[in-house]
Design a binder for this molecule. Structure first.
Ligand SMILES: Nc1ncnc2c1ncn2[C@@H]1O[C@H](COP(=O)(O)OP(=O)(O)OP(=O)(O)O)[C@@H](O)[C@H]1O
Length: 121
């Protein structure tokens, strides 16, 4: 019930820090085959340093590996589960796609309205 969106890399959840600040937590799909060093390099060296008014700020990340036993074809096998998440500042206005498509629908309705009215003149 905390899912606020879905993107190419996985689901995005609404979260809350101890301070009460709202955040968006993007959990990367476990099959996103990003090498551990590459992930840390991208996140630590690049994304965390980006500071620009037009770019949503990355507040932190989680990169955990859990080994667990799971049943597979009747056997118990050791599996590794990667939990990777990115925590961003929370922006409450929904998806850009929704706003753009909403605007386009309104523009199309206006055009149709004008065409119909001009055809009566
Ligand atoms: N920082 C945020 N604050 C509030 N909502 C967010 C935030 N980031 C993402 N969302 C919500 O989650 C949805 C999916 O975001 P996400 O960034 O995963 O999708 P995307 O634009 O397809 O990017 P990508 O392909 O890089 O995953 C957005 O459309 C938005 O509704």
């Amino acid at each position: 019930d905390r899912i606020i969106g879905r993107g190419g890399f996985g689901k995005v959840y609404k979260g809350e820090l101890d301070s009460g600040e709202l955040i968006a937590v993007k959990m990367l799909h476990p099959l996103q085959g990003l090498d551990e060093d590459l992930f840390k390099n991208e996140v630590c060296n690049n994304l965390l340093k980006v500071d620009h008014p037009n770019v949503i700020g990355l507040l932190g990340y989680c990169d955990e590996l859990h080994s667990e036993f799971v049943e597979h074809k009747g056997d118990n096998i050791a599996a590794k589960h990667v939990y990777r998440g990115l925590c961003f500042e929370y922006f409450p206005n929904g998806s850009l796609h929704k706003h753009l498509s909403g605007t386009m629908e309104r523009n199309f309705s206006t055009v149709f309205f004008l065409i119909i009215n001009f055809s009566y003149l």
